[in-house]
Structures are given as C-alpha cells and as structure tokens.
Design a protein around this ligand. Structure first.
Ligand code: FAD
Length: 386
C-alpha cells in the first residue's frame, strides 16, 4: 500500500461507487487501489470494455480491439466490482443520493460512502444518417473497416469524395489518418475539410493552424473555412456560408462528422472535487473528468490529461475526507502541453508553454510517451509525477 499524506484510515471498510469507466473513472479507481487496497470499489458503465479513446483515429492502422480492455479484466486486476449498466445521473438524483447514501440499480440497492461521477460529456452526434459516419460509429467499428465498406458501395467510375466536418483536434486527427489510409490502400478519392471557423484548431496557439493548413495544401485536401454543415444526401453535401447564410451544395459521397462535445450534464464542484448544486455542498459526492467544472485555479479543459489529474485528485480527497484529519487537496493542475497527431509520422503540439510549438517526430514522440503513461496506469504502474 502506497503512502498518502494526511490519510489516516478509520477501521471501517470504505465503499466507493464510480459511475463511468472512462479516463477519469479509471484514474480514480487505480489511485484508490494504490492507497487503500481494501477499499470496496464498484464501477458502473454501460459498455463492457474500457476504450482508450484518445487513440480512436488510429483504427485506420490498428484493430479497434487494440484499444479495448474488458472491464472484467480490469476488475480482476484491481479487485473492483463491475456492473454493466447506465445510471441516470441528474441534480435531483444526486440530492437524494447524498441523503440516502444509496440508490437502486437493476433492482439492487447499491450502498456507498462516497459516490464519484465520471460520465464524460458525450459527443454532439446527430441521428444516424445514410452516408454519414460519426464518433459513435468509430467507437463501435474500426475506421479501416468502416471506410472500406463505404467505398466498396461506390458503384460509378467517378472518384469518390469524402467530407470531414470539424477542424478541431478530433477532426484533424481523423482527417490525416483517412488521407494516409487512402494512400496506403491506393484508393483514389478526394478529401475535403469543412470547418465553421476561420482557422482550424483555433483554441491552440497560431502555430497549430499555420502548420496544419500548410499540410492540407501540400496533401491537396480541399479546405472550406467559415462553413456550416447542413446535410449529406446520397451524393451531395449541403453547406451554408457562415457570413452570407447562403446554402450551397457540393458533390460528396460520405461525410465524417466530428462536431465536438455536448457540454451538457456538467456538474459544478468545489476546488476539492465535491459536487455543489445551488450553493449546497454534497460532501460525499465527487465528480471528475469532462462532466465536471471545478471552481479552482486548475484546468477544466475537456482533455484526457485533465480527466486523469482530476480523477486521481478526487480519489485522494475521498480517502482523506474519510480519514481522521479530513484535510483535502485543491485542484491546481495546469495543462503541460497538447499534441494533435497528423497521421503516423507527423504531429503538432505545444510543450511546457503555449509559445513552445513543436511539430513532426518530436511532437509525435511526446504524444506516444503520454499515451504510454496511461497504458502503464491501467497495468497498475503510476508514472505520473504531476
Ligand atoms: C478521438 C479522440 C481523440 C482524443 N485525443 C485526445 C488527446 O490526444 N489528448 C487529450 O488530452 N484528450 C484527448 N481526447 C479527449 C479525451 O478523450 C477526453 O477528454 C477524456 O476521455 C475524458 O475522460 P472522462 O473520463 O471524463 O470521459 P470519457 O472518457 O468519455 O468516459 C466516460 C465514461 O462514462 C460512461 N458513461 C456515460 N454515461 C454513463 C452513465 N449514465 N452511467 C454510467 N456510465 C456512463 C461512458 O460509457 C464512458 O466509459 C480525445 C477524444 C477523442 C474522442
């Protein structure tokens, strides 16, 4: 058992329920296991497998199964109970659960001393449409299979046109993977990027969009800035010019939709990660990851990096809150960098300070190092220094 400062366990075996087995949930689970191996942990998630989603765009190169870890395996490794279910979490439920310290799931009463909500914030997916692939499709099937199957349906002799919607980090990572996939498979197809803003990757330093846009040009990927996506029909995409609001259409056989996160069901928390609703503090209910907004100096960005840091912090605070001293640690983590990959051999990112933009292999190496840190965490080896 590793030593956690200010944690002096009481005699009672602690019961912690984690709702959501993504990055924040798994980081919290491993930290609880590390500092309090006798803690009774239950993880609830609707999926049977944890998915290392930050690699999802790589399924144009690797099988999807490489990114999936059955919760049953993790449960065995870390000694927790896994329940495959979707729990309805809202403010009213949380209020009741804080009083009851229990809830009913699949006709079973689940008791807890502490409840941790790490349900993420979901993607802004639309209803399934023919000739449109969205994030959920890529979560269920590998990119290479999905694209091959769609392109095989293209019957006439013309060059198929693929439209990627969304010039944020996810859209850009998928776009370059698609380009390289087409090249590797010697498939002739036209690729275009549709983005609602003037520049791609606008939330990052200017070096990001300058680099990415120059690569778009080099690789002959058509770029439509300031353009909204409206619809994809059997062979056309309907777009709208942001300034003039005029609709226009272009030839398109397939659209890949990466239009961002829902940003709903986000719970406010104090600087220790305890949920607050209308100024009431829920001492036994913590939150972490994309579904949380901490009122603290730390970063609330929707990233795996913040999710892992928040997850680890709230696990430590749960233990400390349960202990004799009840001295909690505020969330102060700031992003250490961010790298957006651009296929198997290129990337753009910043490290240490936003002014320090790096590209190419050095950027890619940093991304791989960060990803392998998370892989190690899931094996029970914590290499995170901050
Ligand atoms: C393609 C892609 C690439 C990315 N690349 C990067 C990157 O390079 N770097 C980076 O920092 N971030 C990256 N991100 C963002 C990062 O993945 C997220 O910020 C991170 O996953 C958030 O972790 P989380 O635990 O809060 O939520 P999630 O990882 O989304 O996990 C939420 C979990 O909760 C479960 N759940 C949802 N609702 C319920 C419910 N009602 N009951 C029970 N369980 C529920 C879900 O099934 C899921 O397992 C990327 C995202 C994508 C999609």
């Amino acid at each position: 058992m590793a030593f956690l400062p200010f944690y002096i366990p009481k005699q009672k075996q602690l019961k912690v329920v984690i709702v959501g087995g993504g990055y924040a949930g798994m980081a919290a689970m491993t930290a609880l296991f590390r500092y309090a191996p006798d803690c009774k942990i239950t993880v609830i998630d609707p999926c049977s497998q944890h998915i290392k989603i930050t690699h999802l765009h790589e399924t144009f190169r690797y099988p999807l199964s490489d990114l999936q870890i059955p919760f049953a395996d993790l449960a065995k490794r870390f000694g927790f109970r896994f329940i495959q279910a979707k729990l309805s979490v809202d403010k009213n439920n949380l209020q009741q659960w804080q009083i009851d310290k229990q809830f009913v799931l699949n006709d079973e009463i689940i008791d807890f001393d502490y409840l941790l909500i790490t349900t993420g914030c979901g993607n802004k997916d639309s209803d399934p449409v023919e000739n449109v692939l969205s994030m959920q499709d890529f979560i269920n099937n590998s990119g290479s299979e999905l694209l091959s199957a769609r392109l095989a349906q293209h019957s006439d002799d013309s060059e198929p046109v693929i439209s990627v919607i969304g010039g944020g980090a996810t859209g850009i990572q998928f776009l370059f993977e698609v380009k390289q996939f087409l090249f590797r498979k010697k498939i002739r197809a036209k690729l275009r990027l549709i983005h609602s803003r003037e520049r791609v990757l606008e939330q990052f330093p200017p070096g990001f969009h300058t680099y990415v846009e120059s690569r778009l040009h080099d690789l002959d990927i058509e770029f439509y800035p300031n353009t909204y996506y409206s619809n994809q029909t059997s062979d056309k995409i309907i777009l709208q010019d942001k300034q003039t609001k005029k609709e226009f259409e272009c030839r398109s056989d397939l659209s890949l939709l990466f239009v961002g996160k829902k940003q709903k069901n986000i719970f406010e928390a104090n600087c220790f990660g305890q949920v607050t609703i209308n100024d009431s503090l829920f001492k036994n209910i913590f939150v972490a990851g994309d579904c949380s907004h901490f009122n603290s100096l730390g970063s609330n960005s929707l990233s795996a990096q913040s999710a892992v840091r928040k997850g680890k912090l709230v696990a430590r605070n749960i233990l400390r809150h349960s202990s004799v001293l009840s001295l909690l640690e505020p969330y102060l983590h700031h992003e250490l960098g961010y790298v957006v990959s651009m296929g198997h051999a290129d990337a753009v990112g910043w490290l240490a300070s936003e002014g320090n933009v790096i590209t190419g292999l050095p950027a890619l190496t940093i991304k791989e190092l960060v990803e392998s840190q998370y892989d190690l965490l899931l094996m029970g080896i914590d290499t995170y220094l901050v």
